[in-house]
Design a protein around this ligand. Structure first.
Ligand code: ZN
Length: 165
């Protein structure tokens, strides 16, 4: 099986920007480094920050590897989001994302929920096609108000149910 991109369970954007084109890609990588910093939450709700997606369904933390795709490891797979998206839910909703909360909503093939992220669905290709998204969609939600609002609109009602408030 070849390489593929995985996505942030919180915002729906890629966990990596694949550098397969000269110029434009390297420019975006420099300004979008937040996309490459990945938080993983495992089955026991243990949390690991600032890992790197390896293009084969896992996130690397030094010598440790965490599988984030159910097809790769049906029993022990973890879920993943951007460090900034994890912080956003904590800062704005006082919510810590948990495997036990989102497990039933997980898509069976990718690290995404079966919800609408309000993003162009065509961007979910073998490799994340970020060119189909607007500029604000791929800005950090800690810095971009439009993206912050998009994500909170999705998560506010879900978090209410998770916390039963
Ligand atoms: Zn995200």
């Amino acid at each position: 099986m070849g390489a593929w991109d995985e996505y942030c369970i919180v915002c729906g954007c890629g966990l990596i920007v694949t550098p397969n084109e000269e110029g434009v890609e390297s420019k975006i990588i420099k300004s979008q480094t937040w996309l490459n910093k990945v938080t993983v939450i495992d089955q026991a709700n243990a949390v690991y920050h600032s890992g790197t997606y390896n293009s084969y369904g896992s996130v690397i933390f030094g010598k440790q590897k965490k599988v984030i795709n159910q097809i790769v490891d049906e029993k022990n797979f973890a879920i993943a989001c951007h460090d900034d998206c994890y912080d956003l839910l904590q800062n704005e909703l006082k919510y810590t994302i948990k495997m036990s909360d989102v497990k039933k909503k997980l898509s069976s093939s990718l690290n995404l929920l079966k919800i609408s992220y309000s993003l162009n669905k065509k961007s979910y290709d073998q490799f994340w096609n970020w060119k189909l998204l607007s500029d604000s969609d791929i800005q950090s939600p800690l810095k971009n108000l439009h993206n912050k609002k998009r994500i909170l609109k999705i998560w506010k009602p879900m978090v209410k149910k998770f916390l039963k408030i």
